[in-house]
Design a protein around this ligand. Structure first.
Ligand code: GLN
Ligand code: ZN
Length: 793
């Protein structure tokens, strides 16, 4: 139990405790943590590889934090008033919250210091990465972003303790350098709502049931931060903007009232910092008045994704409203004039003050547009990466406090920068717009499934339980080397193509030797399933240094989808036809679907996503038509991100699924009945969006199922699913080779729940991250198991 603080004699109730220090007029909710040259990634991976010590990582991390603080000061944030967030993490902020509260799963308990509960960097890394048979914490998507967090495991007996004061040290580190930062943490409500029940927890238990036990840790933390001199702390509560959290809205709001009631009244200032609760990624809806009724000191709202309330909100008169008008989640330059209009209109809400902020942490965008000299200058003028966004926030706050005239030159620059975005060549292409305008209902539909099924069976002549893979084969060091050499110009295109063809030949021979039924080319020519198509379609640009953290040390460089999308030439056709020339077996062409291409790119924000998705779909439709004309009888269109973009609010699901499913159908419905369309989805939560998956109208859908041991098949059958289904029988996320007996058992379960003539046999996902020796053994077992089960039909 935390020590209750001595109440100040003048403040018997929180309402009369000293006024909160003023919230900074300009701030950001968080800054990229990995470093402009991925310094943290390099430092920590070298530690994991045993090439450097934990102390080396600390040194690199401290240098990075120093750089971040001084850079933010340079960009105009005030070093003296808590405008600079202190949001560093060695891996993930949710994992940080777990170790802060001493939440270490039993299998890793021995890693914690028995006296303090603290983990060292090696122990912390083990929670994230696993050790031997001890699985790491599960990883999952952070709201509707492509960032992944680690899922804390909490049971009825989990002991909470204030086990890690790294946040306090990092605050002190900044102060020692003359920067009064604002520590940022995952708030207690979101932390518990994102956690899962630990193994062995009784049915009906939910981690949020432990809120009262967790809060003392936050009380101790706030006390320690205040003692160190912190004036403000930011608690992130994005769970408040999401309906996809496993708790009823009433439960979430009750938790909110309880948590912030305790934190703001059990401690009185100056024994705690002032609290800003941030709600990024969407609108707060009914949570805003509830939050406003608590004694927190400021509320940060997302005005890019969420709408501002239309009238005064009771309770705001004692709080600062931090208006997230600068988009933290996408890379387009803000229209500062209209952002100022929004800010001015917020004065009507009755808040004690309005401050300017970003809609989310800047974690989701790269560092600096200036770091992209190779980017077309016209496009560059439309962009704002993290550093430019800081500048926008600073300008807006000056405009708000000093009036528009004070920032007239910068408003004009913003307007001028965006002016040609509507007219620049490539942004609007009449021939692309014309095709979209001419689309008719028939362009979204294929003929009836029964006919397709029999025509495909006649053409493909496959055995029951046909075997195939999801597309990629291992990306060997040789392939990566060849790609790098080609990019540098050390390998001519002819030489590079010859190397890729040699690889395809090996992959085909391997598949034939193993006895797979539908072959793939193995995707050796692709760096990444989205980037590859972005590089081959008009309307996209690639960055050189535009890395963003995906999880832990892993970073991705999303392409920028800035213009109308068109396909200047066939992309995959020559690879697929070359593959088909090597074998008599059917070859499956391999494309990435429109929704996934959008999900993993920075997408233009000047037209509805539906239109952009349909443009991509038309380019893919042409590609599929060319594959078909070249004699390819099976084409797979991957949509692993279909579920990822599902809006956080249930009320928005139908509209999203409507355009996303339509774009897939537009891409895939131009083919003849005997051409078989496959799709691949990387998850098994089939039931959740069953209608949408059914609506894709693919002939065959492969899904992840190995980890859930086929349990979802019963659901799928119960829903009356008619089309082909390939539940993954090999979990490619693990180096383990499943035994033949194990695969046979899984397939036996599968034929027990779904009609045998619907079933396909395949791994869980692409094989590109695995090694050949793992893949060969696994595929051999899959083929042998399929034969065994076939014989029983
Ligand atoms: N065809 C892709 C591959 O096999 C699919 C990858 C994915 O689903 N993420 O690599
Ligand atoms: Zn997958």
């Amino acid at each position: 139990q935390p020590s209750p603080t001595t109440p100040l004699s003048t403040s018997p109730t929180p309402n009369t405790s000293p006024a909160a220090p003023e919230f900074p007029a300009a701030t950001i909710l968080g800054y990229p943590r990995i470093g402009p040259r991925r310094e943290l990634k390099k430092a920590i991976e070298s530690f994991w590889a045993g090439r450097s010590s934990a102390a080396d990582v600390e040194t690199a991390a401290a240098a990075l934090r120093t750089r971040t603080r001084s850079r933010l000061v340079e960009l105009g944030l005030d070093p003296s008033n808590a405008s600079i967030p202190s949001n560093f993490s060695y891996y993930d902020q949710v994992l940080d919250a777990a170790v802060l509260a001493g939440v270490v799963p039993a299998r890793f308990a021995h890693l914690a210091d028995p006296a303090t509960g603290r983990l060292d960097l090696a122990g912390y890394s083990t929670l994230a990465r696993g050790a031997g048979d001890d699985l790491p914490l599960e990883m999952t998507k952070w709201f509707d972003t492509n960032y992944h967090y680690l899922v804390p495991e909490i049971g009825p007996d989990t002991a909470f303790r204030f086990a890690d004061d790294r946040v306090v040290h990092e605050f002190a580190e900044g102060l020692a350098e003359g920067v009064l930062t604002r520590p940022v943490l995952v708030g207690p409500v979101t932390f518990l709502l994102l956690a899962k029940a630990a193994d062995g927890a009784p049915a009906g238990f939910a981690p949020i049931d432990r809120l009262a036990d967790l809060l003392p840790v936050y009380v101790q933390l706030l006390t320690a931060l205040a003692a160190a001199g912190a004036t403000w702390v930011q608690l992130d509560e994005p769970a408040l903007v999401s309906d996809s959290i496993e708790a009823t809205p009433e439960r979430v709001l009750a938790a909110l009232v309880e948590a912030y009631g305790v934190l703001s009244t059990e401690l009185t200032r100056p024994n705690r910092p002032a609290i800003v609760v941030a709600a990024p990624y969407g609108g707060l809806g009914s949570a805003l008045p509830v939050l406003a009724s608590t004694d927190v000191d400021a509320i940060a709202i997302d005005l890019v994704r969420g709408a501002a309330p239309t009238g005064p909100v009771a309770g705001l008169e004692t709080k600062t409203l931090v208006a997230g008008v600068v988009d933290g989640h996408n890379i387009w330059r803000a229209d500062l004039g209209s952002a100022l209009d929004t800010l001015e209109s917020l004065r009507g809400l009755g808040a004690a003050a309005v401050a300017v902020g970003t809609s989310t942490s800047l974690l989701h965008v790269p560092h600096d547009v200036e770091d992209e000299p190779a980017l077309d200058p016209t496009l560059r003028a439309w962009l704002a990466f993290a550093d430019q966004k800081v500048g926008e926030v600073v300008t807006l706050s000056q405009g708000l406090t000093k009036g528009r005239d004070a920032v007239a030159d910068r408003l004009e620059a913003s307007r001028a920068g965006l002016a040609n975005r509507t007219q620049a060549p490539g942004v609007v292409r009449p021939e692309v717009r014309g095709r979209l305008a001419d689309l008719a209902d028939g362009d979204f539909h294929r003929g009836d499934f029964a006919t397709r099924k029999s025509e495909q069976a006649a053409r493909l002549q496959l055995p029951p339980l046909p075997t195939t893979t999801i597309g990629s084969f291992p990306q060997t060091p040789e392939i990566r080397k060849a790609r790098a050499a080609h990019a540098k110009g050390d390998l001519t295109t002819e030489q590079y193509d010859a190397e890729m063809q040699a690889e395809i030949r090996r992959v085909v021979e391997l598949q034939e030797r193993i006895g797979l039924d539908v072959l793939v080319h193995g995707e050796p020519e692709r760096n990444d399933m989205v980037q590859y198509f972005a590089e081959n379609l008009d309307g996209f640009a690639a960055t050189q240094n535009g890395w963003v953290q995906s999880y832990g040390s892993r970073c991705v460089r999303p392409p920028i989808l800035w213009g109308d999308v068109a396909r200047p030439a066939p992309i995959t056709v020559r690879w697929s036809t070359f593959t088909a020339s090597l074998t008599n077996k059917p070859v499956k062409g391999m494309l990435t679907g429109p929704v996934t291409i959008l999900a993993w790119s920075f997408v233009r924000n000047d037209q509805p996503l539906r239109d952009t998705a349909n443009q991509v779909a038309l380019a893919l439709r042409d590609e599929i038509g060319d594959l078909e004309a070249a004699g390819i009888g099976v084409v797979q269109v991957d949509e692993p991100a279909l579920r990822e973009l599902l809006p956080l609010r249930a009320a928005d699901h139908a509209a999203y699924l409507d355009w996303s499913v339509a774009s897939f159908r537009l891409a895939t419905s131009g083919v003849r009945p005997e051409t078989q369309i496959h799709t691949h989805l990387c998850y098994s939560e089939f039931g959740e969006i069953f209608g949408a998956i059914d609506g894709l109208d693919a002939d065959v859908t492969s899904i992840e199922a190995a980890r859930s041991r086929m349990e979802i098949l019963a659901d799928i059958a119960a829903q009356g699913y008619q089309r082909g289904i390939g539940p993954g029988v090999y979990d490619i996320h693990s180096p383990r080779i499943p035994s033949e007996a194990e695969v046979t058992e899984l397939l036996g379960k599968a034929v027990g729940s779904v009609a045998a003539d619907q079933l396909w046999v395949n791994p869980d996902c692409g094989l590109k991250t695995r090694k050949y020796d793992e893949v060969i053994g696994s595929l051999e077992h899959i083929v042998a198991a399929a034969k065994t089960v076939r014989a029983t039909l």
